[in-house]
Write a protein that binds this ligand. Structure first.
Ligand code: GUN
Ligand code: ZN
Length: 443
């Protein structure tokens, strides 16, 4: 077919800039597992990456490609936010509470509003646009107990071409307010219907979502465990050991459980595909059981500092064999930006005595989160065959960052100021499934 008759997304697109690739997890293999090609290129066709390499060589080999040259900007996989609550968009940055009070004061009243499908649709669209503004192309999000809230997010994601994982948040215990409670059976039935409708449709994936043990009865956890057994390709997301008060509460509600993790494990809610948010205050038994099961942790450093939860031992968990992704946990987290979240991860690491390398921070926000969501190879990496979700980062986006980057002696020193001080102003362009979201500069 002559090039001028090809449909637009069949014409190869070549994007040029500094490219970031990983040969291995830099937490395990060291920072040299990451490579920055200062004059790299990514070739895209049919929504996927079809070649990654030296920009000039790709340009010569593909003369029919449309070229977008981003100069010195850094081309990375689109950020993957491994744990967030899109319905909390409107209550982000709410003052002065710790977890349980924060849920009761701010979160639950806001989540009640999602009974209205029009409100859910408005916030879902607003939220996904905010994510794209911040360079995030995939999120694994909680919804509310209302199936309409799930419908709204998947519809909004499909309209934007985004790969999104989400699920109906289930709560059937009287610890949750009337108006935000389902039943064990309704949680099963609603979740099963949403799985049938959405899981694997286009880029949608379903996450079975018990909010956390304190707001579910053992009967509900049991039914959701059975649902997961019947739908093992679904993710399963919940919260684990975020605050010490919460752990004491779990102990009083589940007196027979060995520990917090056991409240899930005993009901079929531990396994590959599980994503536990926070996971800060863990016993050695819990860490060993999670590693053995192949369960993942979503590290939420802006939330863990904002709500005062504690300092997660990310390097220790990865060393123990647990996949760890990075997450904003909005609205418990204080930012939609994965750059701000990398900065917080660095600061939490410092408070634990472990300075994370910029390669490790970028790995957590891309490949690490993709692996935690069982999407390695599909998203989160610049590699042949991966879906072409790509974020282009301006490494001189503010005067403060630019003056620091100008003194850099190597590529990592040029990148680190943006990881520490950058935000949505640093996001030069975002490509979703091979299509540019913003007008690109064509050379
Ligand atoms: N634990 C249970 N629900 C939530 C929530 O919405 N946010 C956070 N940070 N922790 C939780
Ligand atoms: Zn959460």
């Amino acid at each position: 077919m002559p090039a001028d008759l090809m449909p637009a997304d069949m014409t190869p697109q070549l994007i040029l800039g500094q490219t970031l690739t990983f040969a291995a997890n830099p937490f395990l293999a060291g920072p040299d597992a990451a490579r920055i090609d200062p004059q790299g290129g990514v070739l895209i066709a049919g929504g996927r990456i079809v070649a990654v390499g030296a920009g000039a060589a790709l340009r010569a080999a593909h003369p029919g490609a449309t070229v977008t040259d981003y100069g010195d900007a850094l081309i990375v996989p689109g950020f993957v936010d491994a744990h967030a609550h899109y319905p909390q968009t409107g209550i982000i940055a709410s003052w002065g509470k710790r977890l349980i009070d924060w849920l009761n004061t701010y979160t639950f009243p806001e989540e009640m509003r999602f009974a209205d499908p029009a409100y859910a649709a408005r916030i879902a669209g607003l939220y996904l646009d905010l994510l794209l503004d911040h360079g995030t192309t995939t999120v694994c999000s909680y919804c509310t107990i209302h199936p309409e809230s799930v419908e709204a997010l998947f519809q909004a994601a499909a309209a934007r071409g985004m790969r999104v994982i989400a699920g109906k948040t289930c709560m059937d215990r009287d610890t949750a307010p009337a108006g935000l409670r389902d039943t064990a059976q309704a949680a099963y039935d609603d979740s099963a219907a949403l799985i049938a409708r959405w899981h694997g449709q286009g880029r949608a994936g379903y996450a079975i979502t018990p909010r956390f043990s304190p707001t579910s009865t053992p009967a509900q956890l049991e039914m959701l465990g059975a649902l997961w057994r019947d739908n093992p390709t679904c993710a399963m997301q919940t919260h684990l050991s975020e605050q010490t008060d919460e752990i004491a509460w779990v102990r009083s509600l589940y007196p027979d459980a060995r520990d917090y993790l056991d409240t899930y494990e005993a009901h079929g809610l531990l396994g590959a595909g599980a994503i536990y948010g926070h996971a800060i205050h863990l016993d050695p038994r819990e860490i060993a059981a999670m590693a053995e099961a192949g369960a993942a942790v979503a590290h939420c450093p802006t939330s863990n500092t904002f709500i005062g939860s504690g300092l997660c031992d990310v390097a220790g968990l990865i060393g123990a064999g647990i996949p760890v992704g990075l997450a904003t946990d909005t609205g418990g987290g204080s930012s939609f930006s994965m750059l701000r979240t990398m900065a917080a991860a660095y600061e939490v690491g410092q408070l634990r005595g472990r300075a994370m390398h910029p390669a490790e921070l970028l790995w957590l926000a891309t490949e690490g989160s993709a692996a935690a969501l069982r999407l390695s190879g599909t998203i989160g990496r610049l590699a042949v065959g991966a879906e072409a979700d790509i974020t282009v980062i301006d490494l001189t986006s503010t005067p403060a960052i630019a003056q620091r980057a100008a003194r850099a002696n190597d590529a990592w020193q040029a990148i680190f100021p943006t990881l520490m001080m950058g935000d949505d102003r640093a996001i030069r362009a975002v490509w979703v499934a091979g299509k540019p979201r913003r007008a690109a500069i064509v050379s």
